[in-house]
Design a protein around this ligand. Structure first.
Ligand SMILES: Cc1cc2nc3c(=O)[nH]c(=O)nc-3n(C[C@H](O)[C@H](O)[C@H](O)COP(=O)(O)OP(=O)(O)OC[C@H]3O[C@@H](n4cnc5c(N)ncnc54)[C@H](O)[C@@H]3O)c2cc1C
Ligand SMILES: Cc1ccn(-c2ncnc3[nH]cnc23)c1
Length: 509
């Protein structure tokens, strides 16, 4: 059911001298528009009234100015990058979705130390374009088919973050269209308050139309190593030791394997085992929990010998189960695009376009052992519905001026429960069962006052959002919202600010 007088609302847009175009969301959604009421989470589906396909930044600015000056009802506006949100964060129910992938006016311009890209550009395209110049961004996400604006609205965290911080720490400048339709260039030295607000700002203060991303020389090859631990305390000690070293690996992550039958068979197929005989000793350990340390070392062919020596040296200090050390050498692109391989396999089995109830938590170092014991040994019974990542990062590499909320401690862990639900199933793979387990984990963290923050946060009430940000950060969020998006038009899918902060008559500056 569309809004009353929706055609009247839309006709005012059709008069705008747009370079791009506006497509009306009709009741019989065609694929393109239906796209805008779906996301990767496949849990929330809010159809918009219309989708803007901007060709230029001025298309976005003109359209937001038109909405800003409208009498009620105010249309909400959601920028949509690649739509890989989990709980409807890029949707706008009966509002306007801005399809950022249409914004191609500027292309990509690679300089010696940075690249300028559109906010709607995908990281996989940034990688291929910068590699032509022997360069690449320093900080990634595990999966590259995500948009620059989408990951910068969250943080962009992966195994390079212990050294370089998240993606939001590697941005030199942004161009943003605010909730008033103003086009603003910002950086740490120019409109810094907007710059830091937008980074990790969940799309609340403006639409990122351009980003200047810091680059480093790109390696050609990656030595990709995995090893198993059966004791969490030894696993965590080694991970924290590695992130404390200056010269160590270039990527440090980890994941939990609970009660996976035939763990070594999968294990063996993906890596050529160093010692196949001993590797079989674990088949009898079905029902145990293993912790996999996953590291990678970048190198170029002429550095291979020195790289191997340095890797052997660092590995000799670690206390993994010797026979489970597996390593392989791949190209830099194949390493960075590794999750795309899982995507292709899951798509073949019809298991990609399924509900994804994900839970991502940032946990203080001093509480991680208590968390691991309760969650990996009591609440969760297996990891059959998706990977569980766990790895520590150094707070010192994270700029605390951004909108991202992190635990107070100098080292904190990302734990990512990346579950896929099997549609129409009733058992352990069902959406209900998985969400119940995630609620039990959240309740455990709250009950024990663990100081945990959600990453890619999802809340449904203002009180929960105030709790998430904490008093001082919440005051900054409210001030920024009233300054940059006073009619609360932007990114309604997060449900942080449900109604206008100021009446339309009050001054916004
Ligand atoms: C398979 C998979 C793997 C992932 N791996 C990681 C990972 O390793 N590390 C990590 O940190 N995250 C990871 N994520 C989460 C990912 O960072 C977020 O889901 C991100 O929002 C996806 O980007 P997107 O372009 O699809 O965003 P969308 O879903 O399109 O948008 C996300 C939010 O940002 C807003 N937004 C989008 N574009 C803009 C813009 N240009 N300006 C302002 N606001 C905008 C939207 O309104 C929405 O609120 C993963 C997600 C998936 C599906
Ligand atoms: C839905 C899915 C399938 C594989 N994955 C992932 N695998 C490994 N690391 C990841 N990081 C984020 N998603 C990941 C996510």
């Amino acid at each position: 059911k569309t809004l009353p007088n929706s055609h009247h609302i839309l006709s005012s847009f059709q008069k705008l001298p747009l370079d791009g175009h506006l497509s009306l969301e009709t009741t019989n959604n065609n694929y393109k528009n239906g796209h805008a009421s779906k996301d990767f989470g496949n849990i929330y589906h809010y159809p918009p009234l219309a989708v803007l396909h901007p060709k230029t930044v001025s298309d976005i600015s003109m359209t937001i100015k038109q909405v800003f000056e409208m009498d009620s009802p105010k249309l909400k506006v959601a920028a949509r990058g690649h739509g890989h949100s989990l709980q409807g964060q890029a949707q706008a129910h009966q509002g306007l979705v801005v399809n950022m992938e249409s914004l191609q006016e500027m292309g990509m311009v690679v300089h010696s130390g940075y690249v300028d890209v559109s906010g709607g550009e995908l990281w996989i395209n940034v990688l291929h374009e910068t590699l032509k110049h022997g360069l690449a961004p320093k900080s990634w996400t595990d999966y590259l088919h995500l948009s620059v604006g989408g990951t910068l609205s969250n943080a962009g965290i992966s195994g390079q973050a212990f050294r370089h911080g998240p993606q939001i720490n590697n941005i030199l400048q942004l161009q943003v269209v605010t909730g008033k339709g103003d086009v603003v260039t910002c950086s740490e030295n120019q409109n810094a308050d907007l710059f830091y607000g937008v980074l990790g700002g969940l799309g609340q203060f403006g639409i990122i139309t351009k980003a200047r991303i810091s680059l480093e020389p790109a390696p050609m090859k990656v030595k990709w190593i995995r090893m198993l631990y059966s004791e969490f305390s030894i696993f965590a000690r080694d991970q924290e030791h590695l992130i404390s070293l200056e010269d160590t690996f270039d990527y440090i992550e980890g994941f939990v394997i609970i009660n996976r039958t035939g763990i070594l068979n999968n294990w063996r197929s993906s890596f050529n085992p160093k010692d196949p005989i001993l590797a079989t000793q674990f088949d009898s350990d079905i029902g145990k929990t293993f912790y996999c340390l996953e590291v990678a070392k970048y190198f170029n062919p002429d550095q291979k010998e020195a790289m191997n020596e340095s890797v052997e040296q660092v590995l000799s200090e670690l206390r993994y189960i010797p026979s489970t050390l597996f390593q392989s050498e791949v190209s830099y692109v194949d390493f960075l695009d590794r999750v795309h391989v899982s995507e292709m396999k899951l798509r073949e089995k019809g298991l990609w376009e399924v509900p994804h109830p994900w839970l991502n938590l940032l946990i203080p170092r001093t509480r991680i052992h208590e968390f691991a014991h309760q969650v990996f040994h009591k609440i969760l019974v297996d990891t059959s519905n998706g990977p569980i990542l766990i790895y520590p990062v150094n707070q010192s590499r994270w700029n605390n001026k951004t909108s991202l909320v992190t635990p107070e401690e100098d080292v904190f862990y990302l734990v990512a429960l990346l579950s896929s639900a099997v549609p129409y199933s009733r058992g352990k793979d069902s959406l209900e069962y998985i969400m119940r387990q995630h609620r039990r984990i959240i309740e455990f963290c709250e009950r024990t006052k663990m100081g945990v923050n959600q990453y890619l946060p999802h809340y449904t009430s203002r009180e929960e959002w105030e709790e998430h940000f904490g008093i001082s950060r919440w005051e900054v969020m409210v001030r920024r919202k009233s300054q940059y998006d006073p009619m609360a038009l932007l990114a309604p899918g997060h449900r942080i600010f449900q109604n206008p902060m100021l009446s339309s008559t009050e001054s916004c500056d």
